[in-house]
Design a protein around this ligand. Structure first.
Ligand SMILES: Cc1cc2nc3c(=O)[nH]c(=O)nc-3n(C[C@H](O)[C@H](O)[C@H](O)COP(=O)(O)OP(=O)(O)OC[C@H]3O[C@@H](n4cnc5c(N)ncnc54)[C@H](O)[C@@H]3O)c2cc1C
Ligand SMILES: *[C@@H]1O[C@H](CO)[C@@H](O)[C@H](O)[C@H]1NC(C)=O
Ligand SMILES: *[C@@H]1O[C@H](CO)[C@@H](O)[C@H](O)[C@H]1NC(C)=O
Ligand SMILES: *[C@@H]1O[C@H](CO)[C@@H](O)[C@H](O)[C@H]1NC(C)=O
Ligand SMILES: *[C@@H]1O[C@H](CO)[C@@H](O)[C@H](O)[C@H]1NC(C)=O
Length: 522
């Protein structure tokens, strides 16, 4: 059970516009034939299918274990508005991150948000108040200090890239740039705000080069603005809207509520087995499951994926980012502030962030405040009950606001991403020691089984646009292969992969240069 207090079906009732009938399954086992099996109906899957459609390939099936389109674009109903109806809150993706540059680079997610008239509001990181266990305590100077070190680190990462030097961790990169928070809990909180809040993983677990690069790609290539989506149809209305353009009403090509249990692949095709015993025989398949799903072996690959593929899957990481929604009987916190950052005296990352949905210009009458935890604290919170979490949060809020009689929330709700079979985590992150070649192996096809999804984008991993670009790329490629009637040149229909990865200095060279006397081969 993912949301203890809200049945999933009710939560997604309004997003099923495309296909109610596809949910109804026939008696008996069937094996359907298709040209392309698109595994996953998230942003990558729907975009891949749209690319196929654009290439005049209409014989495809889209399969998902969820009962809605959108994957990690997921919303639910929560609380109560003055008119008695519940609000829609975003359990997964919430922001359009990076909009459009003056030179005309447009984030495809921003383009779709505008096309489908998704209601959003400029998210202002400067609208920030800082707190500790004694109440309001201004430590924005540390936030500024972190930002200054960030600028230095960004230049440093650039020169590593330009000179093709060896990568390091973000922790080391920040330290080299002069940022050393040590045991100062205010500095730790400033760092959480500057790093973990965006990446959902610790600086020591983050690869310097590509994690700085993804930030550059998102916030420099497009723009350094983000928009928080507050659309009551849900953020995924944009991807449902896209799906509606190429899927008919009740389109039999959309199979929701259909968990994939096994994928048999080879050089002549792919057979996909579903939980109910049915199967799909496809010429090609595009698997868009998250790195978390691939790591947790909920899907059996036959034959076992090759070592080069498995190593890339096991090494890439899923962060966990958990939003805890609370509705109160009134907005007792500052009205004009978007973000409230809390520095706990003993534990970095302990309920560090509270975001106001009631802030001016957002949903002022909602009286909704949501907390965010990441990493270790997210795992902990996802393991415990809503009641336990509420007790902990109330203690924090009451220490942040000693002069206010903070009432108990009237509702509380949060997802359990780390335990959710459809994701096992929230979004991916590039770890130290992952090279571009190894990342390409995460992406590369294995015979006729192809992969897409946010993690496979070296530029935009972790973001909606990463899922969109990868879905489009793989859909385009398969469309091209299918339309070529076998006329593609050798290797043209394959992605580059690296069976053997090099990177470290060979011991022999080390011996020669340093006179090491122990021969480990003996
Ligand atoms: C809490 C949270 C906050 C986020 N915030 C933002 C944000 O603000 N901005 C942003 O740009 N990005 C954000 N992201 C990331 C963004 O949501 C993802 O990058 C993107 O949605 C991934 O799309 P995808 O198609 O690659 O994967 P998914 O959306 O995961 O799609 C894969 C689909 O495969 C299905 N599937 C998995 N296993 C099986 C199986 N065995 N059988 C059948 N189907 C299966 C899943 O149900 C899912 O629908 C956030 C994510 C989370 C979770
Ligand atoms: C498919 O074509 C439409 C119409 O030209 C376009 O808007 C859309 O972006 C295309 N989709 C993909 C994934 O390329
Ligand atoms: C709380 O009220 C006291 C007394 O009015 C005041 O001195 C103190 O600054 C207030 N604290 C906060 C955090 O507002
Ligand atoms: C916090 O302190 C900084 C200086 O360090 C100052 O510029 C800023 O205005 C202060 N913020 C508030 C809300 O008082
Ligand atoms: C909200 O609840 C608190 C505590 O029960 C109460 O003191 C306060 O008056 C209530 N506010 C409103 C607007 O009803």
């Amino acid at each position: 059970m993912i949301f203890p207090s809200i049945p999933l079906l009710a939560a997604s009732g309004l997003v099923l516009g495309v296909s109610q009938a596809a949910v109804i399954r026939k008696e008996g086992r069937t094996c359907r034939k298709t040209q392309v099996a698109v595994l996953g109906a998230g942003v990558a899957g729907i975009t891949a299918a749209q690319s196929l459609h654009n290439a005049s390939i209409t014989d495809f099936l889209i399969v998902d274990r969820n009962d809605y389109i959108g994957g990690r674009m997921r919303n639910t109903k929560f609380g109560k508005a003055p008119n008695g109806k519940p609000y829609t809150v975003e359990l997964g993706a919430n922001w359009v991150e990076g909009l459009e540059s003056e030179s005309g680079n447009v984030n495809p997610i921003w383009r779709l948000a505008k096309k489908h008239k998704i209601k959003s509001k400029y998210s202002d990181g400067d609208s920030l108040l800082t707190y500790d266990e004694t109440g309001y305590y201004n430590f924005t100077d540390l936030v500024d200090e972190f930002d200054a070190a960030w600028e230095i680190a960004m230049k440093d990462a650039d020169s590593i890239k330009d000179d093709n030097l060896q990568d390091t961790s973000v922790r080391a990169g920040l330290s080299l740039a002069g940022w050393k928070p040590k045991k100062d809990m205010h500095a730790q909180a400033a760092e959480w705000w500057g790093w973990d809040f965006e990446m959902a993983i610790l600086p020591e677990q983050s690869g310097f080069l590509y994690d700085m690069y993804v930030n550059k790609a998102v916030f420099e290539h497009f723009s350094d603005s983000t928009e928080l989506v507050i659309d009551q149809r849900g953020f995924n209305a944009l991807i449902i809207g896209e799906a509606n353009e190429f899927l008919k009403k009740n389109d039999p090509r959309l199979l929701l509520n259909s968990p994939v249990t096994a994928i048999k692949y080879g050089s002549s095709g792919v057979t996909v087995h579903l939980e109910d015993g049915d199967c799909i025989e496809a010429e090609y398949a595009i698997c868009t499951f998250s790195v978390g799903v691939l790591q947790n072996e909920v899907v059996k690959f036959e034959p076992t994926l090759p070592r080069w593929k498995r190593e890339a899957i096991e090494q890439f990481q899923m962060g966990t980012y958990t939003k805890i929604f609370m509705q109160f009987n009134e907005t007792w916190w500052p009205r004009d502030t978007q973000y409230m950052l809390y520095a706990d005296p003993t534990e970095r990352g302990y309920y560090p962030m509270f975001q106001s949905l009631s802030a001016t210009g957002f949903v002022p009458e909602s009286n909704i405040l949501f907390g965010t935890v990441t990493g270790t604290q997210a795992y902990q919170v996802e393991k415990q009950t809503n009641e336990e979490t509420q007790t902990e949060i109330m203690e924090v809020l009451r220490s942040m606001f000693p002069n206010i009689t903070v009432p108990e929330p009237t509702s509380i709700l949060y997802p359990r991403w780390s335990q959710d079979k459809s994701t096992f985590g929230s979004f991916s992150n590039w770890p130290p020691g992952m090279t571009l070649e190894k990342h390409q192996n995460l992406r590369a096809n294995v015979h006729r089984l192809w992969f897409a999804g946010e993690a496979n984008s070296a530029e935009f991993f972790g973001y909606l646009q990463g899922a969109w670009f990868e879905g489009k790329e793989m859909g385009d490629r398969i469309g091209k292969i299918l339309n070529s009637d076998g006329a593609l040149a050798d290797g043209e229909g394959e992605l580059t992969r690296y069976d053997v990865l090099h990177g470290d200095t060979f011991k022999d060279e080390y011996d020669d240069a340093n006179g090491w006397t122990i021969d480990l081969d003996d």
